[in-house]
Design a protein around this ligand. Structure first.
Ligand code: DGL
Length: 266
């Protein structure tokens, strides 16, 4: 049981930032990743559609005999956590609550900003999670849809990305936030530009990293940690164009990626 892989899924490639965080924290866990590259992006879609897709995505991971499911996608975690939990009869971890917990811990002025896709921001999932943890925290949310294609283009150190970040994040300067949740899989890639557009002291919370902490806690609690000290097996499946995923993916994963396979059934 313990050597079974952790299943991780996302709307596409961005979830590899979460896989990166998991491999840093849990270097011996086997992982099966599914990216729904045929239907990405989920961020501009309705909650109903995202919920339908999420059910199919998790069913694919279940067919790979995983021991736990991590929803790397913020949009899915925001609008379809219950759907995934219902399908998977095993521990399911989304990125919202871990990200909110880390932000509440980090904020000293109790002023937290959240950035994410339109669906994530509209769902209020982060706002509700933060305020449930600490009702005194003021939360300010901003959708930043253009960050997704900029990260995928690799425009990390680019004047266009800097200009977009300045435009999107300007309200946070006025709100005087001291903590910002990067509530989308792609945003850790743009950390430098995001940070440059904010006041210097603002702490950036990578919800993928925070999720790694929670995954570790749940593995220990359930006695599910892989005892092997071997190099783990990382498997990657996508619903469309595996070659493109492999090419862009290494930037998100932060390491070389093996073979990427087309997922059967999509
Ligand atoms: N993975 C999505 C998220 O974290 C971003 C890309 C998309 O819109 O599908 O919300």
């Amino acid at each position: 049981m313990n050597s079974k892989p952790i299943g991780v899924f996302d709307s596409g490639i961005g979830g590899l930032t979460v896989v990166h965080a998991l491999t840093q924290r849990l270097p011996h866990e086997n992982i099966v990743y599914f990216g729904d590259t045929a239907r990405v992006p989920y961020g501009p879609k309705s909650p109903q559609v995202v919920r339908e897709y999420a059910a199919q995505d998790v069913d694919f991971l279940i067919s790979k005999d995983v021991k736990m499911v991590v929803i790397a996608c913020n949009t899915v975690s925001a609008v379809a956590l219950d759907v995934v939990q219902k399908h998977a009869k095993m521990p399911v971890i989304g990125v919202i609550v871990p990200g909110a917990m880390a932000a509440v811990k980090a904020t000293t002025k109790k002023r937290v900003g959240i950035i994410g896709t339109r669906a994530t921001v509209n769902s209020n999932a982060y706002t509700n999670a933060v305020r449930q943890l600490d009702g005194e925290v003021q939360v300010f949310a901003q959708e930043c849809p253009l960050f997704v294609p900029l990260a995928e283009e690799g425009w990390v150190d680019h004047k266009v990305t800097d200009a977009v970040a300045t435009e999107y994040l300007f309200p946070f300067k006025q709100e005087k936030i001291d903590t910002l949740i990067l509530g989308c899989t792609h945003y850790p890639i743009l950390r430098r530009a995001i940070s440059a557009a904010l006041d210097r002291a603002v702490a950036l919370i990578d919800s993928g990293e925070a999720t790694g902490v929670e995954v570790e806690r749940v593995l220990d609690e359930k006695g599910l940690r892989n005892p092997s000290k071997q190099r783990p097996n990382l498997q990657f499946y996508v619903s469309d164009i595996p070659a493109k995923f492999a090419e862009i993916g290494e930037r998100f994963l932060g390491q070389r990626m093996g073979r990427v396979q087309k997922a059967e059934g999509f």
